[in-house]
Write a protein that binds this ligand. Structure first.
Ligand SMILES: NC(=O)c1ccc[n+]([C@@H]2O[C@H](COP(=O)([O-])OP(=O)(O)OC[C@H]3O[C@@H](n4cnc5c(N)ncnc54)[C@H](O)[C@@H]3O)[C@@H](O)[C@H]2O)c1
Length: 260
């Protein structure tokens, strides 16, 4: 057994959005590192299936991260059943497409509710319990969309910029309590979310090759990311390999944001 993710074995992590995609990849990675896991998702069946497959020390929680009562009750239940949460990987996020002029208010509200309110409620509930214990690591998934404008993704880009900045503030507020807070910003990653994005495009290859018309740079590494490549960085940030690392937003995008 290597010490690749030092300090994770036996510790407790909460992974939100663990029912599929990047969250599922994070769950599998942390499980292989020996963590005891609470997997939360609005898709209760999805997390139940994964928890059953991963077996002992992994519990599934059907949870809508926009519901504050459910989040608070869920976090309390997780700590009652698994013990104090040492690491949080907040992965939940949704997309709605449309130019800002055309986007329906309901779609805008849905994106900000799931992405920004969700991050606020989950990190608040977990951080409040970490503070008296004076330990913990929090990672939220933002996106390269936080720094690179994308046509028809105004609500999503705005919500991810809000998450990234809110996490910097949280990092500042929690540093005196020995709690680290960071973001991971994936580029295009091979999940249901990217499949739905590609479905909206006449020419799907622009995701990798770029599009002058959409001012979209391609991916220099020439392929989509795999969920486990995002999960590796999240596991590193939760581990004792990164004990002096806080307030950062680590971009994992195959060069798609040109280092910006
Ligand atoms: N896939 C990409 O290319 C990409 C790129 C950059 C950032 N991201 C971000 O990574 C994260 C994961 O994306 P993904 O591609 O795995 O998405 P996905 O759509 O495949 O999975 C998202 C998961 O979140 C869950 N979820 C949605 N709303 C929820 C809610 N209110 N409460 C609880 N669970 C909820 C869904 O049920 C699903 O299991 C998101 O924050 C996304 O914005 C993805």
């Amino acid at each position: 057994m290597t010490d690749e993710f030092a300090g994770l074995r036996g510790r407790v992590a909460l992974v939100t959005g663990a029912g599929t995609g990047i969250g599922e990849g994070v769950a599998r990675k942390l499980h292989s590192a020996g963590m005891r896991l609470a997997l939360a998702d609005i898709d209760g069946d999805g997390v139940a299936r994964i928890a059953e497959e991963l077996g002992d020390d992994t519990r599934a929680f059907a949870l809508d991260v926009t519901d504050s009562a459910a989040v608070n009750a869920g976090v309390a239940e997780i700590e009652d059943s698994l013990g104090p949460i040492d690491g949080l990987a907040h992965v939940v996020g949704i997309q709605r497409f449309g130019t800002i002029v055309e986007m329906a208010e309901d779609d805008f509200d849905a994106v900000f509710s799931a992405n920004v309110r969700g991050a606020f409620l989950v990190t608040k509930a977990v951080a409040a319990r970490m503070m008296p214990r004076e330990r913990g690591s929090i990672v939220a998934v933002a996106s390269t969309a936080a720094r690179t404008p994308r046509v028809r993704q105004g609500a999503y880009c705005g919500s991810k910029a809000a998450v990234a900045q809110m996490m910097r503030v949280l990092a500042l507020e929690l540093a005196p309590h020995n709690i680290r807070v960071n973001c991971v910003s994936p580029g295009v990653t091979d999940t249901g979310m990217v499949k739905r994005l590609i479905d909206t495009m006449d020419t799907p290859e622009v995701v990798i090759e770029g599009s002058l018309e959409a001012f979209r740079v391609g991916v220099p590494l020439g392929r989509l990311a795999r969920s486990e490549e995002i999960a590796d960085v999240i596991a590193f940030l939760l581990s004792d390999r990164s004990t002096y690392l806080t307030m950062q937003d680590i971009v994992v995008d195959g060069g798609g944001a040109l280092g910006a």
